[in-house]
Design a protein around this ligand. Structure first.
Ligand code: ADP
Ligand code: MG
Length: 345
């Protein structure tokens, strides 16, 4: 009892502190002025360099801020000291420095979770799929990655009647019929749900990246309350377009930019990004798991949560959480049914 009371008091104290800090934090500060800066405002960047950067895919300050010196030297043809200056200036302007634990805590309080509708899966994920984060599911063909994307869409739209879902479909596997079935299972109006899912078929990796850039406009200009972005699959185009070892570095750089763009949307709009990824055979691997996810450490590093999906016994699926900042690794077992997921105990 006494402990519970102390907890309440501490919570109140924290909230007070957060309020006072946030009032300062919310003041129109120089951060707002800075946000209007473009790549051309960076030191050492003239029109020609800006154009080179633009054509290499650097469209805003964030792209510069998160790139490495080597990448910029290559993309813009500038010297290393100039590249360093550009990166530092971009980082300064984005306020990418320190914040207090309280500020971080305040941000974390606005994080919500999308239910999978399956208790053990929700528990594994600390309540559900988090907003302000990228969650990656990787697994072999038929392991249930696309099903989870459809299901999360229905569940978040059910939980929030004002929400919109963006579905970037690269393999032509989005099925409105499947949404209908899950909507029926969740006892919500299928037509309303379908009306609030914006599907875009991505025809190649450039198109996929362009569609990702457009999400910001949906939110800021069209005032859509986007709560979930599904990219299914994240890597199929990249894998198909960049074949052979010589193109691997190029593919990884591009994938890196794509992941950063997704992370930026997730963080700046406190929404959930769900991406799917295939596994490939690793013929050189004689011991341990003979499969690896596509995109290697670039995708792994940029994903906040990573789930390995595999087929279990008798048509079940096993989800293994392998990477999470604040959750224990673990596993759960479920079945994909027509109307949703079901725990297998
Ligand atoms: P992945 O995207 O990982 O390749 P999917 O998400 O497409 O795999 O999963 C396909 C599997 O989902 C099917 O093999 C089947 O087990 C299950 N599934 C698909 N549709 C239904 C349905 N209507 N009812 C029950 N299970 C389904
Ligand atoms: Mg699929």
């Amino acid at each position: 009892m006494a402990e519970a009371k102390t907890k309440v008091v501490i919570n109140e104290l924290i909230q007070e502190e957060v309020k006072s800090k946030m009032s300062k934090y919310n003041e129109p500060s120089k951060e707002l002025k800075m946000e209007k800066l473009t790549i051309q405002d960076l030191p050492g960047v003239g029109a020609a360099t800006a154009e080179k950067l633009e054509s290499a895919g650097y469209r805003d300050l964030m792209a510069v801020a998160v790139s490495t010196i080597g990448e910029l030297v290559e993309a813009a043809g500038v010297s290393e000291p100039v590249a360093r200056k550009m990166i530092n200036a971009a980082r300064d302007s984005m306020k990418m420095g320190f914040e207090t634990g309280i500020e971080v805590l305040k941000k974390r309080e606005s994080v919500s979770k999308i239910s999978t509708g399956c208790e053990s899966f929700n528990n594994l994920m600390g309540g559900g799929f988090e907003t302000s984060a990228i969650t990656e599911c990787f697994g072999e063909f038929g392991s249930g990655k696309t099903q989870i994307g459809h299901l999360l869409a229905v569940n978040v739209l059910k939980a929030d009647p004002t929400a919109t879902v963006v579905f970037i479909d690269t393999e032509n596997t989005f099925r409105p019929e499947r949404i209908k079935q899950f909507a029926l299972g969740a006892e919500v109006d299928a037509e309303d749900i379908l009306n609030r899912i914006m599907v875009a078929r991505a025809y190649n990796s450039d198109h996929q990246m362009l569609l990702t850039e457009k999400i910001d406009g949906l939110i800021t200009e069209q005032k859509k309350n986007v709560r979930l972005v599904v990219v299914d699959s994240l890597t199929s185009h990249f894998r198909a377009e960049f074949i052979g070892r010589g193109t691997l570095a190029e593919r990884q750089q591009k994938l890196n930019r794509h992941m950063h763009a997704l992370a930026k949307i997730a963080n700046s709009h406190n929404l959930c990004v769900y991406v799917t990824n295939q596994v490939m055979a690793r013929p050189d691997q004689f011991f341990g798991d003979p499969t690896a996810s596509i995109g290697g450490h670039i995708v792994a590093h940029a994903s906040t949560f990573r789930i390995y999906l595999r087929k279990g016994k008798k048509g079940t699926r096993v989800a293994k959480l392998i990477d999470a900042p604040n959750l224990a690794d673990g596993e759960c077992c479920f079945e994909v049914l027509e109307g949703g997921l079901k725990d297998v105990i």
